[in-house]
Design a protein. Structure first.
Length: 295
């Protein structure tokens, strides 16, 4: 099994899929100079030093956080058999549960599911299709959602794919009595205590209720940052946003996180970086780089 060891914590990655679009469609302001600087430390076969010939590829995966005999799934990807208005994730059939099993876990072994936010690619495996009904995939888990995101997506109709996901991957969990909806007004401990356990920090901007998941257990700290940072390019250009609900707030949260964890011992677990998806932010002149760490 491949795990990062941090004190009494272990963190493993459950891969689902990768996908992407031509770079100019996502970050039209990126220049060849930005890409050349990225190439100094990031090797991606789909990324060249020319924006026009580069693809911005994102990994979609969950993390398994083990602490004190407690198994936490952070973010739940897209899910299988979901009806989606976005073709690349419509009616998927990926070996996600097989990948979970390869790490040594059955769905029954998960004690908590923590969604950094309620976008479609972070909630899909909350439920599975069983006898024509959506039921919780992880039957023994409590599912932790932010009240701010829950309230927003329960009435929002402008982005169909997120409402689709709310209907088949969030509501069934609530109806099954498995959801714990938390008002994220401040730091909130969800296992043990802040500074020694697992806790949530508001990171509103990308969505109205997105959060950071922090964890520490007698060793170096970890942060699971969800969609605060999507791609390594944003360490060179923190001004770049990707489908942020509130671009100004998202940019502020992103810069504050980078400044806080850069050059520290905080291991960062990225929701969409390729490779190991884990590592450390380091200063790099007037910008930053990401030092990937393999388990």
């Amino acid at each position: 099994m491949q795990f990062h060891e941090l004190g009494r914590m272990r963190v493993g990655k459950v891969f689902e899929m990768e996908g992407g679009l031509p770079l100019p469609m996502i970050f039209p302001d990126v220049t060849g100079t930005d890409l050349a600087r990225l190439a100094d430390w990031y090797r991606d076969p789909d990324m060249t030093t020319s924006p026009d010939s580069s693809m911005l590829m994102l990994s979609m995966h969950s993390f398994i956080l083990q602490i004190d005999g407690y198994n936490i799934l952070v973010d739940a990807c897209n899910g299988n058999h979901k009806q989606r208005s976005v073709p690349p994730v419509h009616e998927l059939n990926t070996p996600y549960l097989e990948n979970l099993a390869a790490l040594g876990f059955r769905p029954e072994d998960i004690n908590a599911v923590m969604c950094t936010h309620l976008h479609f690619d972070h909630v899909g495996w909350n439920t599975k299709l069983e006898n024509g009904r959506w039921v919780p995939t992880f039957p023994n888990a409590r599912y932790i959602f932010s009240a701010q995101d829950y309230e927003h997506w329960s009435v929002q109709e402008e982005e169909p794919v997120h409402r689709e996901a709310f209907n088949d991957s969030v509501l069934p969990v609530v109806e099954a009595g498995k959801a714990e909806i938390i008002d994220l007004a401040d730091m909130t401990a969800v296992h043990h205590e802040i500074g020694d356990g697992v806790w949530l920090e508001p990171a509103f901007g990308h969505s109205p209720g997105c959060c950071l998941v922090h964890a520490q257990g007698g060793g170096a700290p970890a942060v699971f940052w969800g969609d605060v940072i999507h791609h390594p390019l944003q360490l060179i250009r923190p001004d770049l946003g990707l489908m942020d609900g509130d671009p100004v707030a998202a940019r502020t949260v992103r810069q504050r996180l980078i400044d806080r964890v850069a050059d520290s011992d905080t291991m960062c677990f990225s929701a969409h970086f390729r490779e190991s998806s884990a590592g450390y932010i380091r200063s790099d002149g007037d910008a930053y780089r990401f030092d990937f760490v393999e388990p």
